[in-house]
Each structure stands twice: as C-alpha cells, then as structure tokens.
Design a binder for this molecule. Structure first.
Ligand SMILES: NC(=O)C1=CN([C@@H]2O[C@H](COP(=O)(O)OP(=O)(O)OC[C@H]3O[C@@H](n4cnc5c(N)ncnc54)[C@H](OP(=O)(O)O)[C@@H]3O)[C@@H](O)[C@H]2O)[C@@H](O)CC1
Ligand SMILES: Nc1ncnc2c1ncn2[C@@H]1O[C@H](COP(=O)(O)OP(=O)(O)O)[C@@H](O)[C@H]1O
Ligand SMILES: [K+]
Length: 462
C-alpha cells in the first residue's frame, strides 16, 4: 500500500528528518535519483535542464552536475535566478548555460529534457516563456523527466493546468495527489518514487498495489463450500436492459462467487442459457446487487429499502443510487461514476471531476456506506474519510457494460464476507489488472472471462 502525501504532509515529514539529522543532504539524494532515472531513460546525448528559482531547481542543478560528469548538459534558468550552490556545482562540472531562445533552439539536438522549474511549491500554471518551451518539448517529441512533478501542476490537485507533459516523473518519499489523481496523473508519465530517507506515515489517502490485491483476495480453503464462499442475489437488469443482468452474472461468477441467485426482471431463460450454474429466484444470501440495468423501475425505493430491512449488505449501482433509503448504510457499497455521484450530491459532473476526493468522501460521510467512484482513477471512500485508490488500468475498460460487470464482481466479494471498502478496492482493481494484462477492445464480458487466470496468478504469488 502506498501512502499518498500532500505537499504539507511531505514537508512535515522532511522536517522530521532535518530535526533528527540537521546535516542530512536530502537535495543531494533527490538529485542523485533524478540523474539515475535520466540516464536510465535516455543513456546518451545532450541533457537540457530547465531550472526554476526554488529547491526544485536546486534538485535539477545538482542532477545537472552529476550528469555533466559523463555527458553534455545545458541549463536554462527559466525564472532568472536559481539555487546558488546548485548552479555553482553544475557550472563547475561543465554544464553550459543557455537563455530562453537558446533553450528552444537546443531542443533540436537534445536527447532529453529535465523539468526542474517548480515542484512542491508549484502554483498552478506556467509563466508564458516556460509554457512555450514545454509545448515545444512535446511538439518535437523530446522526452521529459520531471523533477518531483511536472511543473505547472499543483501537488495536491487532480486538475490539469498548463504544464509539462512528462514521460517520467521522479518524486521523493511518497507520491503526491497529482501523481495518482486523474487527469493530473496523465501528465506524469511513468512515476518513480525515490527513497531519500523520508518516512511516509499512514494518511487518509493511499493507493493499493498489486501485492495488496494478492494478499487480500479471498482464496477458498479445504473447508470452504458454496455457502461459506458467499451466496449473492443479483437483482439487476430489466426487460429493457437484459444485458446488464448477464454482465453482472459474468462478473460475479468469474471472480468465484459461491452461488449466484438471479432475482431480477430479465428473462430467466436468457440467464440460464448463458450461465447454467445460476439459481433463479430469491433466497438466503450474504449480499445483493441492486440497480444495474434497472432503468426507470417502478418499485426501486421499496426494493432498496427491503435490503436494508433484511440487513443484507448491498452493492448499489446505477439507477438504484437515486433511491437510497434514509439512515446509515453500514456495510453497503455504492458504485457511482462521476455523473451519478454529481446527481446524488446535486452538483455538476465537472465539480466531481475537479474535486473527486471531497465529493466521494462527502457521500461516504452522509450515507455511512463505502463509495466507489468509478472512472480513470477509482476511489473508495469510507465513513472515516479514508480513501483508497484502486490499482489503475487502461482506458480500454471505459465502455458500456463494464460497470455492470464490476457491480457483479463487487457483489461476489461482499458476499464472501469482505468489508465493503475492500470489496470495492479489490473489484475495481481486478477488472483493471485484467485489462492491463489483456490490452485491446475486449467486450466487458470477454474481459471478465479472463479474470480467473489473473486471480489464479495472484493466488499462486501468495
Ligand atoms: N526541502 C528539502 O530539503 C527538499 C526539497 N526538495 C525539492 O524542493 C522542492 C520544493 O522546493 P520549494 O519549496 O523551494 O518550491 P519549488 O517547487 O521549487 O517552487 C517555488 C518557487 O517557484 C515559484 N513558482 C511556483 N509556481 C510558479 C508559477 N506557476 N509560476 C512562476 N513561478 C512559480 C515560486 O515563486 P513564488 O511563489 O515565491 O512567487 C518559488 O520561487 C520539491 O518539489 C523538491 O523538488 C528535494 O530536494 C528534497 C529535499
Ligand atoms: N479512463 C478509464 N480507464 C480505465 N477504466 C475506466 C475508465 N473509465 C471508465 N473505466 C471503467 O469502466 C467502467 C465504466 O462504468 P460505468 O460508467 O458504470 O459503465 P456502465 O454503466 O455502462 O456499465 C468502470 O468499471 C470503470 O472502472
Ligand atoms: K518539476
């Protein structure tokens, strides 16, 4: 599990290191990591380092000094002034200074650019000259290694602003929100988290890793049976949207539900013809999935209320999200995408997309349920305010029906006895990991059929 630190939390962690060891050279360690990644990404040719006036520029200059020992290095002081000791080290090592015009001209001969304009102290956006330079790097296809974060982004901000488009980003101690929250994360390229001796304490924002998914996956044991593995009732689909019923069945079955009962309004013959192991009709269960493919259903509210009355943990998806019963929904998992979350909150989709953490936390706080906000980055918020980001996957999954499969997956995991937040994180992650291992436009049900192989791989790795 990776802890995600805000700029303020990272600075506090840095301060603790300085307090314990006043002479520690954190900047030297940061520069060493930047030089190492730069050499690994593009081993030869001229490096052009764009330098700002703060400590981010300092990292860039000390990295320039290291690189200049074995390859040509140019430095551009993009804000006029720069970290004095860093500049001296770079010049002594042989780096050559260029001005703004020289920097743009030099791009034609450079093999890589190091962006050390701003980091944790970054205000969103770039001065005009730097923005022009960043655009030229992209237009000319020169790879960019960003120091700490692509200059122009805000460290704690999910939004994109005029900024560098990095191919690689070398950050220190722990990822910051901009490295994991989309769309900002899409500007970071490959993220390298360098250990420079800063300890990241547990925070209210963290990102799950594949090793967590492997460790948490509910693998059956010798004493397991279909009941102990979890019985799931799917009330999904409708006469108008029978496909959603099939997709939720596919999701639940392919992640190993002990038993799936189908109690929705899609034709039972259709379900049986595709999934003969599904039992038709309601019955004893450990969890239910409500809402996927319901459309405008007449008894939506009473059906959701029914689950609450029977204290049946529910995955609430799609149309059922607008029929939530009052009171605390402990043990439930809500699975909205940004548009659905906006409708629940009575705000715009754009607001949810620019403030995803605040919005997902707000619904978890007011309902007591765990809330999985779906999309390019998938967030699972709990009542406590803790948010866990699922393992990311490729955008191939962004297509109609993926959410129906995901609801079935999460339902099966909830039925297995996992807490709702963990069911959400595991469900979103396994779908993303399967897509990552099977790139291409597979349909959501085809992709679900590839999940057992990924789960077997995870179980074998434990
Ligand atoms: N502490 C440590 O020992 C370690 C720190 N480390 C490194 O330090 C970095 C943080 O350094 P930092 O605090 O000096 O801030 P930094 O990101 O360089 O920017 C501040 C300067 O940029 C300017 N500026 C900002 N935005 C702007 C904009 N949009 N347009 C124009 N100007 C803008 C801003 O101007 P001002 O706001 O003052 O007007 C100020 O002059 C961190 O990311 C990591 O790389 C590592 O070495 C590990 C050890
Ligand atoms: N950009 C993206 N990258 C990766 N996965 C995505 C992206 N956008 C959406 N997804 C995934 O696609 C699914 C879409 O869900 P949803 O919008 O509810 O679809 P539907 O309701 O049509 O089934 C979600 O499971 C989400 O995880
Ligand atoms: K930077």
């Amino acid at each position: 599990m990776r802890q995600i630190l805000t700029a303020k939390q990272l600075r506090a962690a840095e301060q603790r290191v300085f307090d314990a060891e006043p002479d520690v050279d954190l900047m030297g360690r940061a520069a060493q990591a930047v030089a190492r990644v730069t050499d690994a990404v593009v081993p030869t040719g001229t490096v052009l380092v764009a330098v700002g006036q703060g400590n981010n520029g300092g990292d860039g200059l000390f990295a320039a000094a290291r690189l200049a020992a074995h390859r040509p290095v140019l430095v551009w002081l993009a804000m006029g002034s720069a970290h004095e000791a860093g500049l001296e080290a770079a010049v002594v090592a042989g780096a050559q200074e260029v001005d703004a015009v020289g920097a743009i001209k030099a791009l034609a001969e450079c093999s890589v650019v190091v962006d050390a304009v701003t980091g944790l102290g970054s205000r969103p956006g770039l001065p005009a000259e730097v923005e022009t330079f960043a655009a030229a790097c992209q237009a000319q296809g020169v790879p960019v290694v960003a120091v700490d974060l692509p200059s122009g982004l805000g460290a704690d901000d999910a939004r994109v602003h005029p900024s560098f488009q990095a191919d690689h980003t070398v950050t220190f101690g722990a990822p910051k929100p901009c490295h994991v929250l989309n769309p900002a994360a899409s500007r970071c390229g490959v993220l390298h988290v360098a250990d420079i001796g800063i300890d990241a304490e547990p925070t209210m924002l963290r990102a799950a890793e594949e090793s967590d998914i492997a460790a948490w996956w509910p693998v059956p044991g010798a004493r397991s049976d279909k009941y102990s593995r979890g019985v799931l009732v799917l009330d999904t689909g409708s006469e108008s949207y029978p496909g959603a019923a099939l997709l939720s069945c596919a999701g639940a079955l392919h992640v190993g539900a002990g038993m799936v009962r189908y109690a929705g309004r899609a034709p039972s013959g259709l379900i049986m013809s595709r999934f003969p192991s599904v039992v038709i009709g309601d019955g004893r269960a450990e969890a239910t999935v409500l809402g996927s493919g319901w459309g405008d259903r007449d008894n939506a509210e009473s059906r959701v209320e029914w689950a609450k009355l029977h204290q049946l943990p529910a995955v609430v998806d799609a149309d059922a999200l607008y029929s939530l019963p009052s009171g605390r929904l402990d043990g439930w998992l809500l699975t909205p995408h940004a548009g659905e979350l906006a409708r629940i909150l009575g705000c715009t989709r754009a607001h949810v997309e620019s403030q995803p953490l605040e919005c997902v936390r707000e619904v978890a706080r007011t309902t007591g349920a765990a809330v999985l906000l779906k999309g390019a980055t998938q967030y699972v918020a709990e009542l406590s305010g803790r948010v866990t980001i699922a393992v990311p996957g490729p955008a191939w999954t962004a297509r109609a029906g993926s959410g129906d499969v995901l609801a079935g997956i999460c339902g099966a995991l909830l039925a297995s006895g996992l807490p709702a937040w963990k069911a959400g994180v595991l469900g979103a992650s396994i779908q993303a990991m399967t897509a990552a291992r099977n790139p291409g436009p597979y349909t959501p049900d085809e992709l679900s059929a590839r999940m057992p192989a990924v789960i077997a791989e995870l179980a074998a790795a434990r």
